[in-house]
Ligand binder design. Structure first.
Ligand code: GLA
Length: 392
């Protein structure tokens, strides 16, 4: 991300006036609990030190004038015509602008004061790589409008409004994992989040381990359609199981042992998808035990198991992600590795011994390029605090 001071400079160059507010929202990496947040499951993410930063000021007109510095693109949209998803000149909004427009749309429906804005933003989160650049964009704009409008929502409600924007406006049937992490992140901590009860708590990670992200740089394709299909298949699994277990509300309600008794009544594909979800939720609880027992190996093994399940049963991996996990597993210092986020490309997350992190990063980076001829990006991340704003 371009530093705040430079954002201010660019704002002044562009709008010939000083901005008033700086708002930021982090991306996230999910350590464990993948594709379970829309099944009432439990997840273990953390907000990361990669974020979206916006500088902005209020204007009288009921419109947003946005500059996406990294893309070198500008858009103006009116608040009265948000429903049409068109800019001020009647052209379809570019994809990135659907996120702030969607947030304005949901917040206006809530009768909140959404002021007109001029804003410039930039991101240090790789775009579309599974690190929640979209959620961070939503949360950063929601935070900005809250600061300018002088109103406040409790953090989980703010996250839910951003999720609504993505579900109903952008058209991705995502769960609450990403928006929650971006809003509620705690410096130096993992987050345990129960997407059913909405209870959550920060947890310290193993003090001698760090989190390393490996970006495969593989473009994700069909992510939205395949993602939405996975969600539908989970709902289908619930309907099949309800024939035998009428009180079942979601895949959260069935344990792996119980599922084993009913799995044969499900069509093959539905069976595999549900198997992943049911076991992944159990893995998160096992990982909590491993954390309590200070058992790094057990925690790491659960990460590998999660990856294989996402690859074989949920079928959301990509050969390049499998290669990253395979190399990581053979590299000294690595306890666990898996794809993170929706999948189909994007990044893996690695749990690595602090003492070996430098050589791990170098080796993974080099060997990935040797195997695939693709230049990835391997970097360490720190757990960061959630979204915030300040006057400038
Ligand atoms: C995307 C979605 C999340 C979650 C993950 C998979 O990041 O936005 O809600 O479903 O995929 O765990």
């Amino acid at each position: 991300m371009i530093a705040e001071i430079e954002l201010v400079q660019r704002f002044v160059e562009r709008f010939q006036v000083q901005p008033k507010v700086f708002a930021r929202a982090p991306g996230r990496v999910n350590i464990l609990g993948e594709h379970v947040d829309y099944n009432d499951g439990v997840v273990l993410p953390m907000a990361i030190d990669r974020e979206i930063g916006i500088v902005a000021r209020k204007i009288e007109a009921e419109e947003a004038h946005l500059v996406a510095l990294d893309l070198n693109e500008e858009v103006v949209f009116h608040y009265q015509s948000l429903q049409e998803k068109k800019d001020k000149f009647g052209r379809p909004l570019p994809r990135w602008a659907l996120y702030p427009a969607g947030v304005a749309w949901v917040l206006l429906q809530k009768q909140l004061n959404i002021s007109g804005i001029e804003a410039i933003f930039s991101s240090s989160i790789p775009i579309g790589a599974g690190l929640s650049s979209s959620a961070a964009l939503e949360v950063a704009f929601a935070t900005l409008w809250s600061a300018l409008g002088g109103w406040q929502l409790d953090p989980l409600t703010l996250a839910q409004e951003c999720q609504k924007a993505e579900n109903a406006y952008v058209g991705v049937a995502c769960g609450l994992l990403d928006q929650f992490s971006s809003v509620c992140g705690v410096e130096g901590h993992l987050l345990f989040f129960d997407t059913r009860s909405l209870e959550w708590k920060p947890l310290p990670f193993f003090d001698d381990c760090v989190i390393v992200i490996a970006d495969s740089k593989v473009e994700r394709s069909l992510t939205t359609s395949e993602y939405n299909r996975r969600r539908e298949t989970c709902e289908e699994a619930v309907r099949y199981l309800q024939r035998y277990l009428p009180n079942l509300k979601s895949l959260r309600d069935i344990s792996p042992v119980e599922f084993a008794a009913y799995r044969e009544f499900l069509p093959a594909e539905v069976q595999r998808r549900a198997e992943h979800v049911v076991r992944e939720i159990a893995r998160v609880y096992s990982a909590m035990n491993a954390l309590r027992n200070n058992d790094r190996r057990a925690f790491g093994a659960l990460m590998y198991a999660s990856h294989y399940s996402l690859r074989d049963d949920y079928e959301v991996s990509h050969p390049h992600l499998d290669i990253l996990v395979e190399i990581a597993k053979q590299t000294p210092g690595c306890y666990g590795a898996r794809l993170t986020g929706a999948g189909f490309g994007g990044c893996t997350v690695n749990m690595v011994a602090k003492a070996e992190v430098q050589s791990f990063v170098e080796q993974l980076d080099r060997r990935y390029t040797e195997r695939t001829s693709v230049k990835g990006a391997v970097f360490k991340v720190e757990a960061s605090r959630g979204a915030s704003w300040k006057l400038i």
